[in-house]
Ligand binder design. Structure first.
Ligand code: FES
Length: 180
């Protein structure tokens, strides 16, 4: 049976209501990789987003905060969509993708509500890339430098040990023209 446009709209509305009443991934995460909060200036409602990022992928996500049915349902749908995805994939989720998920026509005011979670996600990623990931990279580079220095110190130490052995065995003096 073919669904009429009104039926589709009804299904989308039911889906919104269902996400509003039983939001997915609702709660807080202790020690997340990023934790960011955004608010809707038109009403003052807030969304907090907690992301655990492992190997550049969203290992876990939770949201918290107050909001209307549209803002709460859209962030709930978004958290379902982004779990397990890479940062690059998250960056490709557009406003249009979000509106498609919501599925009903929104007024200008409601568009702001729908985008609250999406804005929070975008800003969380940008904070992650600008600060958290940068710090991780710098720390790794620093550790690599320490390891490389240790390797080169070990090499030097190895060469020195060999030279000392040669000197002990008298080979160094015999093989060095300057000393002869
Ligand atoms: Fe506040 Fe929708 S009315 S987020």
């Amino acid at each position: 049976m073919e669904l009429l446009l009104d039926d589709m709209e009804l299904l989308y509305k039911e889906n919104i209501l269902e996400h509003y009443k039983s939001p997915r991934n609702f709660g807080r995460i202790k020690n997340p990789t990023t934790h960011h909060r955004e608010f809707n200036p038109l009403c003052g409602d807030e969304i907090e987003l907690f992301l655990v990022i492992k190997g550049n992928k969203i290992a876990d996500v939770k949201f918290h905060g107050q909001g209307c049915a549209i803002s709460r349902a859209s962030v709930s749908m978004l958290t379902e969509k982004i779990k397990g995805k890479s940062i690059e994939e998250l960056k490709k989720i557009t406003k249009e993708d979000l509106f498609e998920m919501i599925g009903v026509k929104l007024s200008a005011v409601r568009i702001k509500c729908a985008l609250l979670g999406w804005d929070t996600m975008r800003n969380s990623i940008s904070i992650f890339e600008r600060y958290v990931n940068k710090e991780d990279k710098e720390e790794k580079e620093e550790n690599n430098n320490i390891t490389n220095n240790n390797d080169s110190n070990n090499n030097n130490k190895g060469q020195l040990d060999e030279l000392l052995e040669d000197v002990d065995e008298g080979e160094f003096v015999e093989n060095d023209n300057r000393i002869k």
